[in-house]
Design a protein around this ligand. Structure first.
Ligand code: ZN
Length: 258
């Protein structure tokens, strides 16, 4: 299904063939308000969670509780089944990705996460491992009223080919890129700055400068795993999470406003 207003990849590469080696697979998720269940991919919906696994809590200081007490339950951000978004981002032996966060703003979060952000938990699972499902996850005891409680949505997945943000491209490409953006973007850059929730692809550094995040375990440059967006239109704010492909338990870093 195609939702993203954008020229065909072939048309982009006809004008900018130098982009071909930088092409990355990605899946964009188009959310729609729904009542998803824990066996479907969703944003802000119920997670397929083993009943014998503790639900993630956060006891870090946040703007609503300077001492972080009492610990508050995290909330589901996204759940993606591999069948809906197959691609190179799945670690071997996993077919379910779950992202949760503490729905509070943290001024001094753990080292791998950006300042002034929710605190993130990521779970990779094998669906077959979940024998007994948790039916009633604990609600958060405190949260930011505005912005960190995703509303339950079903998602439609759209496969795309993503290209690096313009500041990561050689300068000699930029004039031709700008011409193409002007002709096709409807006012926004749909070539190197796709909007919305995304798995894989390239980060868009529209509020910061391009940065390489090194894995805290092995030093390898990490790649973008997913992008959380506040809205699906271009220019909306978003946050990206990165992982390391070499580390056995992929660590993650989060940077806001990308
Ligand atoms: Zn917290």
């Amino acid at each position: 299904m195609t939702h993203t207003p954008r020229p065909l990849v072939e048309a982009i590469l006809a004008v900018l063939p130098e982009l071909a080696p930088h092409a990355r697979d990605a899946v964009i998720f188009h959310p729609e308000r729904a009542e998803p269940d824990c066996r479907t991919s969703s944003i802000g919906g119920p997670l397929l969670w083993p009943s014998d696994e503790p639900w993630p809590e956060c006891s870090l200081p946040d703007v609503n509780s300077p001492d972080g007490a009492p610990a508050t339950a995290m909330v589901p951000v996204a759940q993606i089944f591999c069948r809906d978004a197959p691609g190179p981002w799945w670690p071997a032996g996993t077919d379910l990705l779950q992202i949760l966060w503490c729905p509070n703003e943290h001024w001094d979060p753990p080292v791998q996460q950006a300042d002034i952000s929710p605190v993130l938990e990521v779970r990779w699972r094998q669906v077959a491992d979940v024998i007994n499902e948790l039916t009633t996850p604990p609600p958060p005891s405190r949260y930011e009223e505005d912005g960190y409680l995703p509303q339950a949505c079903g998602i439609t997945a759209e496969r795309v080919t993503d290209f690096p943000f313009r500041e990561e491209l050689p300068a000699e490409l930029l004039l031709r890129l700008e011409d193409l953006v002007r002709q096709t973007g409807g006012g926004g850059d749909a070539i190197t700055r796709l909007a919305g929730w995304e798995l894989g692809g390239w980060p868009t550094w529209h509020l910061t400068h391009p940065t390489v995040f090194a894995c805290g375990d092995c030093g390898t440059a990490m790649t973008l795993l997913f992008t959380v967006a506040s809205e699906t239109r271009q220019g909306s704010s978003s946050a990206g999470g990165e992982t390391c492909a070499s580390s056995p338990a992929p660590p993650i870093t989060v940077t806001p406003s990308r």
